[in-house]
Design a binder for this molecule. Structure first.
Ligand code: NAD
Length: 484
């Protein structure tokens, strides 16, 4: 396969929170991989900005360490790491004070893309936007990248949108949802809109139901206090799972253009029905040998925050009326697996007579681990013995068809950062989308609080509370097994 990597325009990317966990684990390794792939222009600069006073060399040492720890195979390529470090700069800056801002201003160059990644606590987003503007560091083409969480309810999201809008136009604001940067998520759009095969079946007439699962094996760990203020609904459903639902449910945009795509996603969010409390199951993991319970992890025996949620959601429009979307996400589950499964209806009549019942077609889009897609189809079991049917997965993964290079999939962050530099907002959330998602989420959370709803305890290493299975059983359906 011929590599089609096109270098991006020269840029200065300032990472606020450059010494933080996200920068070290994802952003800097992602940039290194783009450098390695020769996509980064020679004069690109990455400017770490954080509160700590440190020299450029100290920061370069920290970046080297992060790359050695978080980039597979980096140890074999130390020369390349050193070359990458030439692009790295540092400025000590306080988001809440005036220190460091003139230094950052002095570092700016004309004629390059200026991007500013807000990888700091959300409480600082407004301060950064304000000071970037006040110190004349940004121009009309500058971009800001805003990490999650974007608000904790509709009111706070609106306030944040309004604060950012005081200093930046919407086309300059990149609200990141890294799920949208995943290769298979984009492949979902390619499969839907690049083929004639699926689209005619992509509706309530032919799709029985849809399952979206994001399962983790880890607990809340050291992030307990932070997580306890959000829970699975705010941390996962309102953003990641909602975005996946939108991509599955949306109408074909008239072109693959940022606003055309986001307009269609917004229509889906607006078409979501309010959710009946009986269609939601919330859970908290219990203790197991050697692992603490959720309540111990967050050090609050009275916490009513959920570490698991399963829910049935309806999109009320012509395409989807009557087809449920089941969403499920949680921590300390039996496997680490994220997937979307489109379960098609069964054939209206079996011409093969009394057979062992077939489950019907399913398109499974696997986000992690082992990104890929497969289509479950029914075929004849080979060999003699009459017409016996068997279900097989038609593998639509990349490596076999496109060569080994295609298996080397860029991480979501590296793709998204390059999109920021290219000025392409298609895979970023627009302000109105985020607000619409909160407008749907708020009444659900308010309802729990008003009723004093408490999550059910579930066994660590399981698939969540029993009631989650019942949510589908009562309608003659079942969750796909959570498998790594
Ligand atoms: P962190 O606590 O590890 O790092 C915070 C960074 O902010 C540090 O570099 C610190 O020096 C800097 N900082 C703190 N106060 C500052 C101030 N007043 N002025 C300037 N810099 C200041 O946090 P993190 O885990 O890297 O998360 C950063 C952001 O990314 C948060 O919004 C978080 O919600 C989001 N996020 C993190 C992850 C993750 O995996 N870590 C995943 C998704 C989203």
């Amino acid at each position: 396969m011929v590599s089609r990597i096109i270098p991006v325009d020269p840029f200065d990317l300032t990472i606020f929170g450059g010494t933080g966990d996200l920068a070290r684990r994802k952003i800097l390794p992602g940039l290194y991989r783009r450098f390695w792939a020769e996509q980064m222009p020679e004069d690109a600069r990455i400017i770490g900005a954080a509160r700590s006073e440190m020299s450029r060399k100290d920061f370069q040492d920290m970046v080297r360490e992060a790359l050695l720890e978080f980039v597979a195979g980096a140890k074999r390529d130390t020369d390349r790491i050193e070359a990458f470090l030439d692009h790295i700069h540092y400025v000590a800056i306080d988001a809440k004070g005036e220190g460091g801002w003139p230094d950052l201003k002095a570092m700016q160059r004309d004629g390059v893309v200026r991007a500013f990644y807000f990888s700091v606590a959300p409480g600082l987003f407004g301060d950064l936007a304000e000071r970037l503007h006040a110190h004349g560091i940004t121009d009309d083409d500058s971009r800001i990248v805003v990490e999650k969480p974007f608000g904790r309810d509709l009111a706070s999201a609106r306030t944040l949108n309004a604060t950012l809008a005081e200093h930046f136009d919407e086309h300059q604001i990149y609200r990141i949802d890294h799920y949208l940067g995943k290769e298979t998520v984009q492949n979902l759009m390619a499969v839907r809109f690049g083929n004639i095969l699926f689209e005619p079946l992509w509706n309530a007439q032919y799709v029985d139901h849809i399952q979206i699962t994001v399962a983790e094996t880890v607990g809340v760990g050291g992030r307990g206090q932070y997580y306890d203020k959000s829970g699975a609904m705010r941390d996962m459903i309102q953003n990641h799972l909602m975005q996946l639902l939108c991509l599955i449910a949306m109408e074909p945009p008239h072109q693959f253009d940022p606003d055309a795509v986001r307009d269609e996603k917004l229509k889906v969010i607006r078409a979501l029905d309010p959710v009946d409390p009986s269609d939601i199951v919330r859970g908290q993991y219990g203790a197991a040998k050697g692992t603490k319970s959720y309540l111990e992890d967050v050090e609050d025996s009275g916490s009513a925050t959920e570490s698991f949620i399963a829910m049935k959601v309806h999109v009320s429009n012509w395409r989807w009326k009557g087809t449920p979307f089941y969403l499920r996400t949680g921590k300390r589950l039996r496997g680490r697996a994220s997937e979307i499964a489109i379960i098609f209806k069964k054939t209206p009549h079996s011409i093969f007579g009394e057979q062992e019942e077939q489950r019907g077609n399913a398109l499974v889009i696997r986000l992690q681990p082992n990104e890929g897609m497969n289509l479950r189809v029914t075929i004849k079991e080979p060999g003699p013995g009459g017409m016996r049917l068997v279900e097989v997965p038609l593998d639509m993964s990349f490596a076999d068809a496109l060569g080994p290079e295609a298996a080397d999939i860029p991480d979501a962050y590296e793709r998204l950062i390059m999109d920021v530099i290219r000025g392409n907002q298609t895979l970023f959330m627009r302000g109105d989308e985020v607000e619409a998602a909160w407008a749907w989420t708020d009444p659900i959370i308010d309802g729990w609080e008003a009723r004093g709803d408490r999550p059910k305890t579930y066994e660590p290493g399981s698939s969540g509370p029993e009631e989650s299975a019942m949510l589908l059983h009562r309608e003659g359906r079942r969750w796909r097994e959570i498998r790594e």
